[in-house]
Design a protein around this ligand. Structure first.
Ligand SMILES: [Zn+2]
Length: 274
């Protein structure tokens, strides 16, 4: 059975320095970074993969914290929220039965409060990191407003299943649809990719495991200097992050005809997938 999948942009960030970030345009132009989310019409209702920024963030940008807004300059439009786009497609918010998160950073978890009825599937290490907020950077990146409503967590541990050589966890154990959490630690303590068997090949939403499309281009691996710097600043474990990024590049090299990779924030990849 093939799955109907919508590729949504649930938040646009416009930091300074387009040339250093997007690799084109001028130095003084504003860059463009999207929040690439998936809306999957599954056999068990709608499944959202990541939620971008939410309606609460649009109404009250202060809850995102001063550092993030100053650095990334988010556009904050209601029309870009997953909530608005789900409704524009003719669905009700309660039709979203499941949310699978790559990680809990504010630009991925902002939409959680818009879908309080959904089960939120998360890797155990990330759930721990986001709820404990042990360090100052983690207090800044994980925002309490995004889980103050008490999400219906479904916390998953690895259980020995493999996917193209990676560990993997079936996010929806009861379902015949194959939607997997694939731990790719480094950006955060429990960061994951989300792999989806579309029925016509696999997709993997790599979250923030890489930021620029050519980082997984086997012919010419490359990252713009601005995004390389940014990834180094926000990583929790650089060694693991680089190792996992190398594994994704190898996956693209060896299985590029069976698996399509994309990350959260590259607008060129989003346009390609659409
Ligand atoms: Zn992100």
């Amino acid at each position: 059975m093939s799955l109907k999948i919508h590729h949504l942009n649930c938040g646009t960030m416009c930091p300074h320095g387009r040339r250093l970030i997007n690799g084109d345009g001028g130095l003084l132009e504003a860059a463009e970074m999207c929040c690439h989310c998936l809306l999957i019409e599954s056999g068990d209702g709608l499944v959202l993969v990541d939620t971008g920024l939410g309606s609460g963030d649009v109404r009250n940008p202060g809850q995102l914290g001063p550092g993030f807004t100053a650095l990334t300059r988010p556009r904050l439009q209601l029309e870009e929220t997953a909530l608005h786009q789900v409704q524009a497609l003719g669905f009700k918010p309660a039709d979203v039965r499941h949310i699978v998160v790559t990680h809990m950073d504010l630009d991925h978890a902002g939409g959680l409060p818009d879908f309080p009825d959904a089960r939120v599937h998360i890797f155990a290490a990330e759930h721990r990191a986001a709820t404990e907020r042990r360090t100052l950077p983690e207090k800044a990146r994980y925002r309490p407003a995004h889980f103050a409503h008490g999400p219906k967590w479904a916390v998953h541990e690895t259980g020995g299943e493999r996917w193209f050589g990676f560990d993997s966890i079936r996010a929806l154990p009861g379902s015949t649809d194959e939607i997997l959490l694939v731990p790719l630690i480094g950006h955060t303590r429990g960061h994951c990719g989300v792999a989806v068997n579309t029925g016509a090949g696999w997709l993997i939403h790599c979250g923030d495991a890489y930021f620029f499309r050519d980082e997984v281009n086997p012919q010419h691996p490359y990252c713009t200097p601005g995004l390389r710097l940014f990834q180094n600043i926000v990583q929790i474990d650089g060694r693991q992050r680089r190792a996992n990024q190398a594994r994704l590049l190898e996956l693209a090299r060896s299985h590029g005809n069976e698996v399509t990779l994309f990350c959260a924030h590259d607008p060129v990849e989003l346009a390609r997938m659409r």
